[in-house]
Every structure is written in C-alpha cells, then in structure tokens.
Write a protein that binds this ligand. Structure first.
Ligand code: OGA
Ligand code: NI
Length: 366
C-alpha cells in the first residue's frame, strides 16, 4: 500500500484521539484503544502475582489542621509541615477556611462542563500554551506517544480580571463559581506560603520571595478521568512532578492519586472536603533541596468518573527561580542553578513530560 493510501486512515485515527477520552467514551467503548496502552513496566499493576501477594496499601498523609496554625500549637504544626515536605513532598489540609459549598460547587460545575456536547468544549481547544483557557486531552497531546486517560481544562487565574472574560461561558454559572474558587484557593495559598516560609525559618513577612509569590502566577487545572474499560492498561496521568511552588489539589471522593514513596507507588486516601498540597519544583529549588517535589501519577478505574481540580501557584513569569539566599551560607552551598521561569515553561512545552528530568538538569553536582 502506498503512503498516500494509508494517510487518511492514520489522520482519522489521530483525530479520534485528539478529541479526548470523554468523546471516545461517549461513543461507546469496551476495550482500551492501543493508543492508551502503556508499556508493561509503567502500568499500574505489573503482574498477577504482584496483585495477589501485595495487599492494597493506601497512604495516610500527614493531616494539617489549618485552624491549629492560628492557635498555641503553631510551632508544632509548622514542624509537621516541614517533616511532611521533607518526607513525602505532600500533605493534606483540613479546616483550610474554604467553605464546603465553594469546593462542592466547583466540582459540580466542572462535571457539568465536561458533560457539555463536544462542540461546546472544543471551542477552547488550542495548542497555544499561553492561551488564557485551554481544553485538551492526555498530558501533551501533540507530543505524547502513548495517551493518558484524561481530559483537562486549564485556566489562567491571576490577575483574575485579565482572564475571567475568556473563561467558558457555559455552563452559565461556571465563571462565577470558578472565580470564587480561584480567589479562595489563592487566599489559602497565601496562608500556606507564610507557613512554609516560617517552617523553613525564613521570616514570613520580610521576605522578597513571599512578596513575589503574592503577585505570582496561578493556573487552575480541571482534570476529568472518565471510567475506563481496562484501567490496568493505562494511566490517568503519567509520573510527573509539578513545576510550580505549591499545588493545591481538590479531589472528589474517588481515589486515583498515587505518589512515589520509598520507590513504591502508594495511593492517597481522599478525605472529603480536604485539600492535598504538594511541593513543586520551584519550592524544591527555593528550599535548596530540603523540601521534595515528589513524583506522582493518577490511576483510573472501571466504574466511577473522577474529577480533580489542581491550583498551581508560583512566582511571576518574569522571576528567576533560585535557592533562597537565606538558606545559603558557607556550609550550605546552592544545589541548583538559577533558572528563569520562561525556561521552565519552554521545557514543559517541548518535552515528553515525564519524570523529573528538568529539575535534575538544574542540579549542581559538586
Ligand atoms: C496534576 C495532578 C492529580 C490528580 O494536575 O498535576 O497531579 O489527582 N493531578 O488529578
Ligand atoms: Ni501533578
């Protein structure tokens, strides 16, 4: 067969996957298409015997009660945060100040968005990484060889008035509910930065980085993981670290998030109403390696759709990311090169976005 005869079929196949997993599933599916089948070592369950001998282990992450931060237990809570960031790169937060209705409304309206006809959702499909709104599928759908079982909606969120007019106008209450959500997560982030700075023994108020973060970038990423007929063959998200300073993750009640802990993938138990907070690459650099930006991935399941909302916070796009000068002295040399944010973003747009290659490349090997 000549290439000209194959091409239309290939193009049609690719188009089918470019429209995303939700679209694929809405048309009925009993098997995972080859495009989504991960090489065996990357799959969630390696072998049958693994499955039989290893009991299912969920990890109970340290739980931070944010209300306690404001009381007499503050120093104890700060130590728990520091230990969590050093050991797991992750912790969960309860009593974080966001009303239950704000987070529930956000999950509900996001569900409704992904239930809109494909034609409505696809209005926001673009490969332009700097677009204020970007709807898409997989991790990097223009680069990924194997696709992930995930569709997403990414919203730039700061400064909000600059971006809000571009956010989806349907469902009709999407903008107002998502705007409230973005604003309240930002407030939570600011409190978190204060606590993190203090846990690193850097004064929270008189600190250049804290000031920059106050005006920093925010992106809200809504992830949609439809039920998958063969969840053992694919991943919702591949192993990755988050590039920013902190990620504040809201999940519905369906589990799926796993983190790499002592070389094993462990599932995080969702706690209703809580947030999962994780250290991003920028915080690992800023803390000069003390806090860890840990690899995590997402599994899918055969029965329940899952929605998560990640709010990624970092420095302004014009900033240089570097170890805090307050953590550097003659005994503590910088472990990472100074890196401007734009270089990070460029890397993200061009890579096969897995593992922690970029952060590794910024390490100074003495
Ligand atoms: C992310 C992420 C985890 C999840 O959006 O970067 O890791 O559970 N999400 O969806
Ligand atoms: Ni992530």
């Amino acid at each position: 067969m000549s290439p000209t005869m194959i091409a239309p079929v290939v193009v049609e196949e690719n188009n089918r996957y470019q429209k995303g997993v939700k679209h694929l599933c809405d048309n009925g599916l009993t098997k995972v298409p080859t495009k989504y089948i991960w090489p065996e070592p990357d799959r969630p369950i390696f072998t049958k015997s693994d499955k039989l001998t290893k009991p299912k282990q969920n990890l109970k992450l340290p739980i931070i009660d944010f209300a306690e931060l404001l009381g007499p237990n503050r120093s104890h809570v700060l130590r728990t945060i520091a230990e969590a960031c050093e050991t797991y790169g992750f912790f969960q937060v309860v009593n974080h100040g966001m009303g239950g209705d704000v987070s529930r409304n956000m999950i509900e309206v996001c569900k409704k968005f992904f239930e809109l006809p494909y034609e409505e959702r696809s209005k926001y499909m673009t490969s332009d990484m700097s677009a204020p709104v970007r709807y898409g599928t997989s991790f990097n759908q223009n680069k990924d060889n194997v696709f992930c079982w995930r569709d997403f909606l990414k919203l730039y969120a700061h400064p909000l008035p600059d971006y809000l007019p571009y956010w989806p106008s349907s469902p009709s209450d999407f903008r107002s509910l998502a705007a409230t959500y973005a604003t309240e997560t930002r407030e939570m982030f600011e409190m978190m930065v204060k606590a993190i700075m203090e846990s690193l023994e850097i004064d929270g108020d008189d600190n250049e980085a804290a000031k920059e973060l106050k005006e920093g970038s925010q992106m809200v990423v809504v992830n949609c993981y439809p039920p998958c007929p063969e969840p053992e063959l694919t991943l919702g998200m591949p192993p990755h670290s988050d590039y920013g300073f902190l990620t504040l993750l809201l999940q519905d009640d369906v589990e799926g998030l796993q983190i790499l802990y002592r070389d094993e993938w462990v599932t995080i138990d969702p706690i209703p109403g809580s947030f999962v907070i994780n250290v991003g690459d920028h915080l690992e650099i800023f803390s000069n390696g003390r806090y860890k930006s840990v690899l995590h991935r997402v599994l899918v399941n055969s029965t329940k759709p899952r929605i998560s909302v990640a709010s990624l916070h970092s420095f302004p796009l014009t900033s240089v990311v570097k170890p805090s000068p307050k953590l550097i002295d003659e005994h503590n040399q910088p472990q990472y090169m100074d890196t401007d944010f734009a270089t990070f973003l460029q890397y993200i747009s061009t890579r096969e976005p897995k593992w922690k290659n970029f952060l590794e490349s910024r390490k100074i090997h003495i």
